[in-house]
Design a protein around this ligand. Structure first.
Ligand code: KIV
Length: 290
């Protein structure tokens, strides 16, 4: 039997947390815990995070994996796409998420232009995120087209999450539409996912692909699949946290589900504060020093 790369080996039974989501534990989740969860058939949730305070809320809520996604471009930095995000942005915000958390596995995205030149550039960028920000893994887009990068990072001991299907860094060629429709595209997606696994990736994000294709990829791999707009049959699900919590302004993709209305809550809080200031009821005696 071929020996799996360390990042694809589950931990010894004694070292395993009871459950990924919400499970008690004093150490950080590792990529090997995610593989063990796949073996147990346990599903798990992943969210994005871009700052220490929000990340600490998700950590305390028991979410096992946080992605410091290059979606920070749209969500946090006010750009139209993820393309302008730089390594400086990523290193700073990933470090904040690591500092704000104790248990989660923090995954840092490699932004556009930080790994496409080849394995040497990818290794330099990923090493910076591991050393400077303290992430436990990195994510990069592309299956076969990013194989050399994945292999190099894995050999250097840096766990790699692969991102297939709709890859937002290629928005100028792909647009924002469902990927993997039709036999040929579906086969290509399965091939890409297997190639990523073969290169040593510990998980594969499947974005905006038909549920049937995502299910087929999930059955074909030993490593977990993480769906976003990929139907119910992936091993894990990820959402951009501001979509999940109702903070995003404007239209959100059909595949997201809104679990709170933070935009309305914050608007009301800001308006109540303003009205107290205007009426002179804030600050009151209990907020005042003499
Ligand atoms: O950047 C990001 O937030 C992502 C997720 C949508 C998977 O890549």
């Amino acid at each position: 039997m071929t020996q799996l790369p360390a990042a694809q080996q589950p931990p010894r039974a004694a070292d395993q947390p009871k459950a990924l989501y919400g499970g008690a534990g004093t150490r950080r989740i590792t990529v090997r815990d995610l593989l063990a969860a796949k073996e147990r058939g346990e599903k798990w949730p992943m969210l994005t995070a871009y700052d220490a305070m929000t990340a600490s809320v998700f950590d305390e809520a028991g979410i096992p994996v946080l992605l410091v996604g290059d979606s920070m471009g749209n969500v946090h930095l006010g750009y139209d796409t993820t393309v302008p995000v730089t390594m400086d942005h990523m290193a700073m915000l990933a470090a904040a998420v690591v500092r704000g958390t104790r248990r989660v596995l923090v995954v840092g995205d490699l932004p556009f232009g930080s790994y496409q030149e080849g394995p040497v550039q990818a290794l330099r960028s990923a090493t910076r995120l591991v050393k400077e920000a303290g992430v436990g893994a990195v994510k990069l887009e592309g299956g076969e087209r990013s194989l050399a990068q994945t292999e190099t990072l894995v050999q250097a001991g840096i766990p790699v999450m692969s991102h297939l299907g709709l890859t937002p860094q290629s928005v100028h060629t792909l647009g924002y539409r469902v990927q993997g429709r039709g036999d040929e595209a579906a086969h290509r997606l399965v091939r890409d996912a297997k190639a990523a696994e073969q290169a040593g990736a510990f998980a594969v994000v499947l974005e905006l692909v038909p549920a049937e294709v995502a299910a087929e990829v999930t059955r074909s791999l030993h490593i977990p699949t993480i769906g976003i707009g990929a139907g119910p049959d992936t091993d894990a699900q990820v959402l951009v946290w501001t979509d999940m919590a109702g903070l995003t302004n404007g239209k959100v993709p059909r595949f997201t589900k809104q679990y709170a209305d933070l935009r309305a809550t914050l608007t009301t809080a800001a308006q109540s504060f303003a009205s107290d200031v205007l009426s002179g009821t804030f600050p009151a005696e209990e907020h005042t020093f003499h």
